[in-house]
Unconditional design. Structure first.
Ligand code: FUC
Length: 947
């Protein structure tokens, strides 16, 4: 395997143009008389659908994923292709990115920057401060599974969908009088990808299945119904490929025959077939790659083989829908939704298609659920979907814009669990980043620059112009506090506080006083990727750095207060914070991007970093800093609307924060164009970059709800294009679940459920007229104050839902589910524990109040899997905890929705769903997969509690 020439990729894309990678803009023609297929209507139009297969075009294939495993499903009639990914298959192997030449040149670099000798400073950075190696390593594919069916000639009634409500890709067609159907999904509970093939005439399914891969691999037939591909990741940047992987595909058929030899799986004359795909990787963490990848692949396949397809599917649905169903959105529907998805994109500029915004919003949530789950890698530049050994920008993590924006919708759209991989990554970076801080700056704490990869590279890469940006770790650390603001989870804050503190420590150690202005500034750094003079981006104290550091220092000080720790450190960071340069209005009425009032060399540059203070931060607000707020608007006018896919998505969020729904909506329309959205709705930089999808979802949420100034502001940027609609389940900082319904651009009804006791400020135009406000949980009328004409303030109680409405408006049952804290869950029927022998439950569930307890004893060894189904009683319920405790000796390899902790000799697995809701009679399933190092370690004391 030749060393991947990453620099070539970089050259094509580093300036952001990506010219060599530009896909040709595509087109699609409206279908006369088209109507959405019944299954799309059944999904309330929350489905992507097409009347043609993807052919060879990856950007027409449809993504499925369970956070760890990903596949692009092509849906071709003659040969189905599943292009496969596993989220830890990275080129190279563990490496230490710190440059051991030390910090000796830092003083001279700083001197040159302060002397306005920027290019000379960059030269010295390129000579002395680059990481080792000078670039990072790529995320790589596993390969493809192809099912060859034979000729497609004569196929008709073709249709394929990606149903976002079930996370399933379905392909149907009629061939030789037989209706065929394929359903594919990636199951998180069972950790396999499942393809179900059915036909309406017995014995009609015949195909050969094979693996192929661009990696160094060998294929095999491990048994009579299974094929495998065993490989190792590629070398790159002089680092040998070291991640080993095994993918297995196994077929179970009803009717017909199945055989496997020489790496080919043959299915003949079957009536239905289930193909299970399992993938194991040797990546354990950024330092270790000796995992039992073959054991993992086999254990997961063997466990799934014992589960009937219906059960696999129902577990997948329960797991996925527990996340996806938390937010519903309806922006109205027009006949535009009766065209296939690619046609809708191609026509978007000339049609009124409000449902497409709802689809785009939910597609981003779908992609986050599918690419980022507790215990997995964070979503990279392509989520988890990549077919190339040399993907654009290595498909890694770009921190100066892209990685943070991937997670903007995580909390606001009620997917807090999907955020967790980022905090695991931050923890890794505190280790590698501490090495870089020490070696390259002689500083304590930890630092990360503008990129990282699977190995948690933390040094300066790609050249000073792009890479010499110090505040990557600082920005990531602010996400800890941000997440805490939504969840109020003190345990989480405490566990992640060391990372926050370490990020701040680095800057306490490295900020320097500006020689003339006196401010404490970063030096050297840049305003991401934008030269302020010809070929010179490096500078001291760019506005974005100052804004990020203000947030970082505030966060660490407030976290220290919450946790009651580090009083001295707190006052140190507060002192440093007060010496940072404020954001300023420049000569053009704009927000100044640098300390000096320079004019950017590229007026329409894609990065608008200095408005970080407007979004995601709250340093620039309409009512708090009116002058800067106006300057932010002027900045956006000067920069212009156009940009890369992700840049457009940033601007949706910006205009939403500027409370300009018309302009935010215009930016959505700019993003829904054939040069910015692929036929499969993947956002195009171009090329494909998933951040634009996540940014769009975040932007739509920001148009409907703000919570960044200590209040909930409903419909702050509602465009006239969405005159009537409803959204439910959005989350606000402070721990609120929010729903709102509107007609003619005006809220009719607002619902807010509080997680905690506190004071709630609600801002909405509704409050400027007549309205009613009740505590819907106990039917009382809360007393209110009116700090502003459109603001109501009230004391709220944990678990209570408050409803404001225009007089005479009938409460909508779908806006919030009424909490019924007295409901007892049932664990039904008994905890299911596999494999055999089935563990013995020695006490039956005895729900008392909102709690049920089991004691379980049994013998077991090897792989282990357990799950509990929580069923609501006669009334809906919200919020529950399921926990298992069992003796030490297990390795928890996968859990969904929750955390595991080790306390003394016990491992405790806690599956928490504190935001989900269950309708009356509804149920959801929680579980984990563990492997053991010893036998006879049964779980004990399974409890379930609801709140
Ligand atoms: C930054 C951006 C580019 C691209 C890359 C992945 O370098 O400036 O536009 O998004 O990250």
């Amino acid at each position: 395997m030749p060393d991947v020439t990453r620099r070539n990729v970089l050259r094509a894309g580093a300036a952001g143009a990506g010219a060599a990678l530009l896909p040709v803009a595509w087109s699609a023609v409206a279908r006369a008389g088209s109507v959405a297929p019944p299954q799309v209507l059944a999904a309330d139009d929350l489905a992507l659908w097409y009347d043609e297969p993807a052919g060879t075009d990856w950007l027409r294939a449809l993504p499925i994923g369970n956070g760890r495993l990903g596949a692009m499903v092509f849906g071709n009639v003659d040969t189905e292709r599943l292009q496969l990914n596993e989220d830890t298959i990275w080129a190279g192997g563990p490496y230490d990115s710190a440059n051991t030449r030390g910090a000796a040149n830092l003083a001279e670099i700083r001197r040159r920057v302060f002397a306005d000798q920027w290019t000379q400073a960059q030269d010295l950075i390129n000579q002395t401060m680059m990481g080792n190696p000078g670039g990072q390593l790529a995320y790589q594919p596993v390969g493809n599974l192809r099912l060859a069916f034979g000729s497609a000639s004569g196929a008709s009634q073709y249709n394929r969908t990606l149903d976002l409500t079930t996370a399933t890709v379905t392909t149907t067609y009629v061939l030789n009088g037989v209706r065929y159907q394929r359903e594919s999904f990636a199951s998180a509970p069972d950790q396999v990808i499942v393809i179900r093939l059915t036909a309406d005439r017995a014995g009609s399914i015949t195909f050969n299945a094979t693996f192929d891969s661009p990696q160094r691999t060998t294929v095999s037939s491990p048994d009579a119904a299974t094929i495998g591909v065993d490989g190792i990741s590629g070398a790159m940047e002089g680092v040998n490929g070291s991640v080993r992987f095994l993918a297995l595909a196994h077929a179970v058929a009803t009717g017909g025959t199945v055989s496997s030899s020489g790496g080919t799986l043959r299915v003949s004359g079957a009536t239905s077939v289930t193909v299970l795909i399992s993938i194991g990787s040797s990546y354990v963490n950024f330092r270790t790659v000796n995992g039992d990848y073959q054991g993992i692949a086999r254990t997961r396949l063997n466990a799934a083989r014992g589960v009937a397809f219906d059960q696999l599917r129902s577990r997948h649905l329960a797991d996925y829908q527990a996340l996806f169903n938390r937010v519903t959105i309806d922006l109205g529907r027009t006949a535009a939704a009766d065209q296939p998805t690619d046609v809708r994109i191609a026509q978007h500029a000339s049609t009124n298609d409000p449902q497409f915004s709802a689809l785009l919003f939910q597609f981003g949530r779908y992609l986050l659920i599918s690419s980022s789950r507790p215990g997995t890698q964070p979503a990279n530049l392509q989520g988890i979907w990549n077919d190339s050994m040399t993907p654009p920008w290595d498909s890694k993590y770009t921190i100066n814009a892209n990685l943070p924006m991937n997670y903007w919708p995580a909390d606001t759209t009620n997917l807090p669990e999907c955020f967790l991989p980022v905090f695991d990554m931050i923890k890794d970076l505190t280790v590698t980043g501490a090495r870089v801080a020490q070696a390259q700056y002689g500083a304590g704490g930890w630092v990360t620059h503008h990129n990282t990869d699977g190995w948690r590279g933390a040094s300066v890469v790609d050249g000073a112009l792009w890479g010499m940006w110090q505040t990557g770790g600082a920005w990531l650390s602010t996400l800890i506090w941000e997440h805490y603001l939504f969840t109020g989870d003190v345990g989480f804050l405490s566990a992640n506080y060391p990372a926050l503190k370490g990020a701040a420590q680095f800057f306490l150690d490295t900020l320097v006083a500006h020689p003339t202005l006196g401010y404490l500034v970063t030096n050297p750094s840049n305003s991401p990727e934008l030269p302020h003079h010809s070929n010179a981006s490096v500078c001291a104290g760019p506005t974005m750095d100052n804004q990020i550091l203000r947030d970082l220092f505030d966060a660490v000080a407030q976290a220290g207060e919450v946790l009651g720790v580090d009083a001295t450190f707190r006052s140190q960071v507060r002192t440093a914070r007060d010496r940072l340069a404020p954001s300023r209005v420049g000569s053009r009425g704009n927000v100044q991007e640098w300390l000096a009032d320079w004019v950017e060399t590229e007026r329409n540059h894609r990065h608008v970093s200095h408005l970080y203070g407007l979004h995601p931060s709250n340093q620039i607000t309409k009512r708090g800093t009116p002058a800067l707020y106006e300057a932010a608007r002027r900045t956006l006018e000067l920069r212009g609307d156009d940009g890369t896919g992700w840049s457009l998505a940033w601007k949706i969020n910006y205009w939403a924060r500027l409370e300009d729904g018309t302009r935010a909506h215009k930016l959505i329309r700019d993003l829904v164009r054939t040069d910015r959205l692929a036929p499969n709705m993947f956002d195009l930089h171009p090329p494909f970059q998933i951040d634009g999808n996540f940014g769009a979802t975040s932007g739509i949420a920001e148009m409907l709800l703000h919570s960044h100034t200590g209040e909930l502001h409903l419909l702050p940027a509602l465009p006239s294009g969405w005159p009537t609609g409803q959204v439910a389940g959005l989350r606000g900082r402070g721990g609120y679940t929010v729903g709102v319904r509107w007609t003619s651009g005006q809220a009719d009804e607002i619902s807010v459920r509080a997680d905690r006791d506190g004071t709630l400020r609600l801002r909405a135009r509704l409050f400027t007229g007549a309205f009613t406000l009740v505590d819907a949980t106990d039917d009382s009328t809360p007393s209110t104050t009116r700090p502003d004409t459109d603001v109501v303030q009230l004391a709220v109680r944990a678990g209570h839902t408050y409803r404001a409405a225009r007089p005479g408006v009938t409460p909508s049952p779908t806006l919030s589910s009424t909490p019924t804290p007295t409901v007892s869950p049932t664990l039904s029927p008994t905890p299911s524990l596999t494999p055999t022998p089935t563990p013995t439950v020695t006490s039956t569930p005895s729900p008392s109040g909102a709690r049920a307890t089991y004691t379980v004893t049994s013998s077991w060894s090897g792989g282990f899997q357990g799950e509990v189904t929580v069923t609501a009683g006669a009334a809906p319920t919200r919020g529950w905890t399921v926990s298992w405790t069992f003796p030490n000796g297990q390795v928890i390899s996968q859990i969904w929705s929750g955390v595991h902790t080790q306390s003394g000799a016990n491992v405790r697995v806690t599956n928490v769903d504190y935001n989900g809701s269950l309708p009356a009679g509804g149920s959801t399933t929680f579980g984990f997969i563990a492997s053991t190092t010893g036998a006879n370690n049964p779980p004990t004391d399974i409890t379930c509690t609801t709140t």
